[in-house]
Design a protein around this ligand. Structure first.
Ligand SMILES: Nc1ncnc2c1ncn2[C@@H]1O[C@H](COP(=O)(O)OP(=O)(O)OP(=O)(O)O)[C@@H](O)[C@H]1O
Ligand SMILES: [Mg+2]
Length: 237
């Protein structure tokens, strides 16, 4: 407790949390509260008017469309908060697209190797958290490594555990225990822990950096009778 590094990363985490709260508040205000207030005023005015049946129907149409608008804003907000977009489709396809975009943007050469034995299907939380780990590792490659190439590997080790590894050929991360780590490292570790795995960052000066996360297979793949499929159906409704 209480090292300057921890205090720094705690402070940055608080900052991000504050930023997320502000974003949610802004969205709820602009897209939800405003529309609902407008609807209330409209209905109130309408009640005081002498109108025929056609006007009632047309007013109901207006209310219906405003309700749809509010719902769609809420769905969009939930979607953004949960980052569900990447869960669509297979994890390795989503990763291939992410890595290709990274290569185009940064001109760092990229490779993705999906080794035999890597499961076809992962659970939604596994896909999302592994995707975010790779995203952060790639951001670090771009920001800190000076690398000219990066290789992402999905494989299993001798004991059958699943391994996600991101290797770069840059300057090599400083692995001194006392060095300050950022929110990025904390987030990657938390995501691996959340999936019951562990994450190590290895580097040697001048010989690149490897982020390696290891998981028990059963923590990443859906149960045989597809609990995850149910989840999909609910969130996609
Ligand atoms: N691939 C890499 N090559 C070289 N150094 C790295 C690499 N990845 C991370 N580092 C070093 O480790 C530090 C901590 O990384 P971390 O992602 O935790 O924080 P950050 O990138 O500085 O900030 P943020 O919280 O925005 O991610 C970096 O500042 C950098 O010095
Ligand atoms: Mg970072």
């Amino acid at each position: 407790m209480g090292t300057p590094a921890r205090a720094k990363s705690r402070a940055r985490k608080d900052e991000v949390e504050q930023e997320v709260k502000r974003l949610v508040a802004r969205e709820l205000h602009d897209r939800v509260a405003q529309t609902l207030t407008g609807m209330l005023v409209d209905v109130e005015n309408f009640k005081s008017q002498q109108v025929g049946w056609d006007d009632v129907l047309s007013q109901l149409d207006t209310i219906q469309s405003s309700t749809r608008q509010v719902l769609s804003s809420l769905r969009q907000l939930l979607h953004d908060l949960r980052g569900e977009e990447i869960v669509v489709g297979s994890f390795s396809d989503a990763l291939a697209a992410l890595i290709a975009r990274f290569g185009e943007r940064t001109l760092i050469a990229t490779e993705l190797h999906v080794m035999p034995g890597w499961p076809e299907q992962l659970t939604s939380p596994a896909s999302l958290n592994l995707y975010r780990i790779v995203e952060e590792a790639l951001t670090n490659v771009k920001m800190h490594s000076g690398a000219s190439s990066v290789r992402v590997v999905l494989e299993h080790d001798n004991s059958g555990d699943l391994v996600l590894a991101i290797h770069d050929d840059g300057r090599g991360v400083d692995t001194d225990e006392a060095r300050p780590v950022g929110l990025g490292t904390v987030g990657m570790r938390e995501r691996a822990l959340f999936l019951g795995g562990k994450l190590r960052i290895e580097g040697r000066e001048g010989s690149g950096t490897t982020v390696r996360a290891t998981f028990r297979k059963e923590n990443l793949v859906p149960e045989p009778r597809g609990k995850d499929i149910e989840e999909f159906a609910i969130t996609g409704a």
